[in-house]
Design a protein around this ligand. Sequence first.
Ligand SMILES: Nc1nc2c(ncn2[C@@H]2O[C@H](COP(=O)(O)OP(=O)(O)O)[C@@H](O)[C@H]2O)c(=O)[nH]1
Ligand SMILES: [Mg+2]
Length: 237
Amino acid sequence: MTASTALAPSTPDPKIAMGWLHTAKFLTTAPELKHLPRLEVPEIAFVGRSNAGKSTCINTLTQQHRLAFASKTPGRTQSINLFSLGKQGVTDAVLTDLPGYGYAAVPKEAKYRWQQVMGNYLQTRDNLKAVVLLCDPRLGLTELDEILLDVIRPRVEEGLKFLVLLTKSDKLNKTDAAKALQIVKLQAGGGDVKLFSSLKRRGVEEVAQHLWNWAHPVEKPAKAPKAESDSPPDAAA
Ligand SMILES: Nc1nc2c(ncn2[C@@H]2O[C@H](COP(=O)(O)OP(=O)(O)O)[C@@H](O)[C@H]2O)c(=O)[nH]1
Ligand SMILES: [Mg+2]
């Protein structure tokens, strides 16, 4: 998978990106894709194992302690939760907190249901612009994370943005964090991977800038139409 780490030249000051994220409001919750409203604005999905730190990450990025439900009991968030973003009440993007996976105590039927819901969402949500995969660096990418990468690979090849965040990086010393980063970079096949910590606020502003850029792509100036080489000399007159 390919992705670029560098921030685009049009990247705003972190304060602008953080201010924009702070506008986040709960929009809706749904048990599966078919119950979600169809939206035109770019959508950025947060995915990962249960307990990876998704909800905490959303709360940290939006600077709202109780926006996404963060829990000490893994496996609790079983719905798709949408949060709208935008200044002056005009929604210009949506964040999605998807149900976590990989929690051992979840019964088989629930696991199967999760695969259906996630697969369906990731493969068919039209306005999905980017996926942020959260991963505990002490576990690395697990089998379920790899399955998820396989599911989104065709869309990444078509332009879906993709970023892996190694959450809770405050739990590792510098050497182990650097090692984890290298390993997951290899596992992610060249995809963009960053160390992150909600607790130590590591990587927060840079991730905010990525999110802002994904939601506000710079329109490339339209190329001037090429002169037809086989048109008669007076055709342009
Ligand atoms: N040390 C540390 N703990 C974190 C961090 N982010 C989340 N946690 C903890 O990890 C647990 C799971 O977090 P949560 O956001 O609910 O995970 P989710 O299931 O992926 O939504 C909670 O106890 C959080 O307090 C972090 O950056 N550092
Ligand atoms: Mg959660």
